[in-house]
Structure formats: structure tokens, C-alpha cells
Design a protein around this ligand. Structure first.
Ligand code: AMP
Length: 174
């Protein structure tokens, strides 16, 4: 099996979490196997090694697990996008409708330097609302979204359509 196939085989489907009819893609079995965790981080990193972004933007909460490791590996900064009310300093905010209701995301006002080229990283691309809102926050601060990277894309939810302004990379698709 290729590295991608091994990582895909470790993803656990959890039906009806957090509520029906969602089939939750649980990535924690990947994290328990060091060679798979490293392989997943490498998949997200390798494409940026020659032309490094200025920062990796990671999305609350499982996105942080991969995005932090990617930023560390590339030797670039890490910017957290968090749910409203979690960041301590002054923030910019943007809202969207998710599968579960209205969500607001926030980012520190000084997190992105004007003109900075960033890559957004999350574990799963579903409807695209989360990543497109994170991208809007980056652009609000004058940054440029070079690419949106996910370990997993749920193609049947058409998230790529909401992100059509940006290149997308997702090695595992359903
Ligand atoms: P969306 O905004 O619909 O693209 O949802 C993406 C966010 O919700 C990501 O941060 C994912 O971690 C999470 N998410 C949405 N649907 C799923 C799913 N079926 N399995 C795992 N995570 C999901």
C-alpha cells in the first residue's frame, strides 16, 4: 500500500457524530501511529518546501494538529484561526452558516502582515464554509491565500466550489 492508502485506511468513520446523518471522519487513529502521522504531515509539507509560504494558517481544532507540524517542518510562522471568544488579543471576525448552525471565526488583528502569502491547513474539507471564512479573514488583513490544504476532502459536499478562488490540495478523497 502507498503512504496515502495506509493513511486513508486508518481514518475511522463514526456514523451520526455529532448528529445524524453526519459520518465523522476521525483522524485520531492516524495520530496514534507515528509513521502515519509523519506521512500525513509530509504530504501536506512537501509541496511547499521549494517555495515556502510566509505562514501556515491552522483551523480550530483538529487543523492545529497538522498545521502546527507543517509550520514547524517548513520553518515558517503559525497563525491560529479560532472559534469566537477564544483568542485573547484584538481580533477580526467573520461568520458563516455551517452544517450545525451559524459559526463565527476569529484571528488576531496582527496575525497576518499585509502582502503575506499563506497556506490554510485543516484536517477535513466538508462544505467549505470554514476554510472560505478563514480565507476571508486572511484577506481582511491584507494577506494572500496561496493554497488551501486538507488531509481529507468530502467531494460530495462540494466544498471546492466555495474555495474556487484558491488552489486546493487534498490527498485523500471520499
Ligand atoms: P466545512 O466548513 O463544512 O468545510 O467543515 C469543515 C470543518 O468541520 C473542519 O474543521 C472539519 O474538521 C470539520 N468537519 C466537517 N465535517 C466533518 C466530517 N464529516 N468529519 C470530520 N470533520 C468534519
Amino acid at each position: 500500500m502507498s503512504a496515502i492508502e495506509q493513511i486513508k485506511a486508518a481514518v475511522r468513520d463514526v456514523p451520526n457524530f455529532p448528529k445524524p446523518p453526519v459520518i465523522f471522519k476521525d483522524i485520531t487513529p492516524i495520530l496514534q501511529q507515528p509513521e502515519l502521522f509523519r506521512g500525513a504531515v509530509d504530504l501536506l509539507c512537501d509541496r511547499h518546501r521549494r517555495q515556502k509560504p510566509d505562514a501556515i494558517v491552522g483551523i480550530d481544532a483538529r487543523g492545529f494538529i497538522f498545521a502546527g507540524a507543517v509550520a514547524y517542518q517548513l520553518g515558517v510562522g503559525f497563525v491560529p484561526v479560532r472559534k469566537k471568544g477564544k483568542l485573547p488579543y484584538k481580533t477580526v471576525e467573520a461568520s458563516y452558516e455551517s452544517e450545525y448552525g451559524r459559526e463565527t471565526l476569529s484571528m488576531h488583528v496582527d496575525a497576518i502582515k499585509p502582502g503575506a502569502r499563506v497556506v490554510i491547513v485543516d484536517d477535513v474539507l466538508a462544505t467549505g464554509g470554514t476554510a472560505s471564512t478563514a480565507a476571508a479573514l486572511v484577506e481582511k488583513l491584507g494577506g494572500q491565500v496561496n493554497e488551501c490544504d486538507f488531509l481529507i476532502e468530502l467531494k460530495f459536499l462540494n466544498g471546492a466550489e466555495k474555495l474556487r478562488k484558491y488552489p486546493i490540495f487534498a490527498p485523500i478523497a471520499y
